[in-house]
Design a protein around this ligand. Structure first.
Ligand code: CO
Length: 211
């Protein structure tokens, strides 16, 4: 067994002991159920751990992560997480959290084929398509990259708002707020992009569903 593999199994035992030292009923209580107020849709990047960033304990945040924190309407995995979060857990907030320096967004801005992931990343190129006037005005490559990361988050929040799951919740007056954040890898701080939805009002009428 490799040292690393042994180490992570040992880490688990140590972690259990630490939790139990603080509260002997810790796992017993958690096993009774979950009632998280928040769904987090973030990037798979190992440097953007959902719970740690917002100081959430186990049980406090329902999490879905994929490359470049995308909300793709044919992604049955994401839709299943969203459906369960909204309709079973009744979360009140959904946060799409991107991050500066995102490799997925960087790849989308380039032309190199890197395999099957090209097809996933192609979704991000749509963010360029709908924002190219603004992006083409930015000469500095780093600034353009940062703005592309932000615009990707904004687009994914709009995509969330357009799902039948979210619109149905609003239709029955269920409290549900959508937000978009960007995490700074080099600072630890998140920036709220102020792209907030709590109802259908800000969607173009073509995207509004009647139930
Ligand atoms: Co990323």
């Amino acid at each position: 067994m490799s040292d690393f593999y042994k180490k992570i199994l040992d880490n688990n035992k140590e972690w259990v002991e630490q939790q139990l030292a603080v509260d002997e009923n810790y796992f017993k209580d958690l096993s009774k159920g979950q009632n998280p107020p928040l769904l987090w849709i973030g990037c798979s990047d190992s440097r953007v751990p959902a719970n740690e960033i917002i100081g959430a304990k186990p049980g406090e945040v329902f999490v879905h992560r994929n490359i470049a924190n995308l909300v793709v309407h044919t992604d049955i995995n994401m839709l299943s997480v969203l459906d369960y979060a909204v309709n079973a857990l009744k979360v009140k907030h959904v946060i799409v959290c991107g991050h500066y320096g995102c490799g997925g967004v960087k790849a989308a801005m380039g032309n190199q084929s890197i395999g099957i992931i090209d097809n996933w990343i192609r979704n991000i190129k749509d963010v360029y398509r709908v924002n190219k006037d603004e992006l083409n005005e930015i000469a500095d490559e780093d600034k353009k990259f940062n703005r592309m990361v932000e615009l990707n988050v904004i687009e994914q929040v709009f995509n969330l708002a357009k799902t039948s799951i979210v619109q149905n919740a609003w239709n029955i007056n269920q409290e549900l707020h959508l937000h978009g954040w960007v995490y700074g890898l080099n600072s630890g701080y998140v920036t709220d992009l102020n792209v907030n939805f709590s109802n259908n009002d800000d969607l173009d009428s073509m995207f509004k569903l009647n139930f």
